[in-house]
Ligand binder design. Structure first.
Ligand code: NAD
Length: 281
């Protein structure tokens, strides 16, 4: 039987509608500052989409476009200003940054309680130790999509393909937290299929089109495709969707799967950041 397609757009819409009515009733609005350095076309699309969605839920959003040659010091100064701005509850510096800028330094210059991307070492450390404060939005989106199927995560074999600090590793930690048995595959893994074939839950986050083929998937598995790749002008994921959907139990499409939920999770994180600010954390 072909897989059930998980409709990320529909789930995101529901979450965003909930946020919108919550924000409507608030006197002070959750504020997000987005910093974009340079003119990377993919980053421009991601940033515009985040900005648009944030305004739709009636939050406060300010955007800072900086030249690709901006100095590290000028960027640090802007983050400091935003850290000190009480109207701004969440700060997002869109990655990747130009080569002359130290990404780790900039990411960690954001105050942890304003780090709505959850990328600072402090927030990743909290996630690692089971005391999550602000977790990476994409990883939260993956968990949300898995949970939307209603399957029990506890005791399942989960395989995550990709081990980046912003997607693969946090997804693996969150699945561990839910008591799955987790394996992480990466570019140096010898035989990926050997692992993926055992996965009840398979998360693909490598950024390689058609990396996951039908032969690599266990019958009935939940397959979450995080990948965003441009092939002949079209956006595709890491999973050979047409063939894998014939064997999986559930599958997310690209586009329309993880992407929309990621933005909804970012909005939720900003609301949470606002609550943290109120508590003086
Ligand atoms: P990354 O390049 O930082 O990491 C990719 C990971 O995949 C690495 O750990 C690498 O070891 C692994 N990998 C690469 N080639 C592989 C191969 N052939 N076999 C097995 N593993 C391999 O990327 P990232 O930032 O983690 O993003 C991963 C993908 O997810 C990208 O396509 C990115 O565009 C997408 N993404 C989507 C969203 C969203 O909201 N939908 C958000 C973030 C990233």
């Amino acid at each position: 039987m072909p897989a059930k397609i998980i409709d990320g757009k529909k789930i995101a819409e529901k979450i965003l509608n909930g946020l919108k009515s919550k924000i409507k009733s608030m006197k002070e609005k959750p504020g997000l500052a987005i910093v974009l350095v340079g003119d990377n076309p993919a980053s421009e699309i991601y940033v515009s989409s985040k900005e648009k969605t944030f305004k739709e839920v009636e939050g406060y959003c300010e955007r800072h476009n900086l030249d690709k040659d901006v100095s590290e010091m000028d960027l640090l100064n802007l983050v400091t200003k935003l850290n000190n701005n009480p109207k701004v509850h969440g700060i997002l510096v869109q990655l990747p940054l130009p080569k002359h800028i130290n990404e780790h330094l900039i990411t960690n210059s954001i105050l942890p309680h304003k780090d709505v991307d959850g990328f600072t070492s402090v927030n990743l450390g909290h996630l690692m130790s089971g005391n999550t404060i602000l977790a990476p939005a994409t990883a939260r989106a993956v968990l949300n999509l898995i949970e939307s199927t209603g399957i029990e995560i506890e005791g399942k074999n989960a395989v995550v393909v990709g081990r980046s600090n912003i997607v693969g590793k946090p997804v693996a930690i969150m699945l561990l937290e839910k008591n799955a048995t987790v394996a992480v595959c990466h570019s140096k893994t010898k035989n990926i299929a050997e692992h993926t074939k055992k996965a009840d839950i398979l998360v693909a986050a490598a950024g390689k089109p058609k990396l996951i083929t039908r032969e690599m998937v266990k019958e009935g598995a939940v397959v979450i495709d995080v990948g965003i790749n441009r092939v002949n002008g079209k956006i595709v994921g890491d999973v050979d969707f047409e063939n894998v959907k014939e064997i999986a139990g559930y599958i997310t499409p690209v586009p329309g799967g993880v992407g929309p939920i990621t933005i909804a999770m970012l909005m939720e994180n900003t609301l949470k950041a606002m609550e943290l600010a109120k508590k003086g954390i």
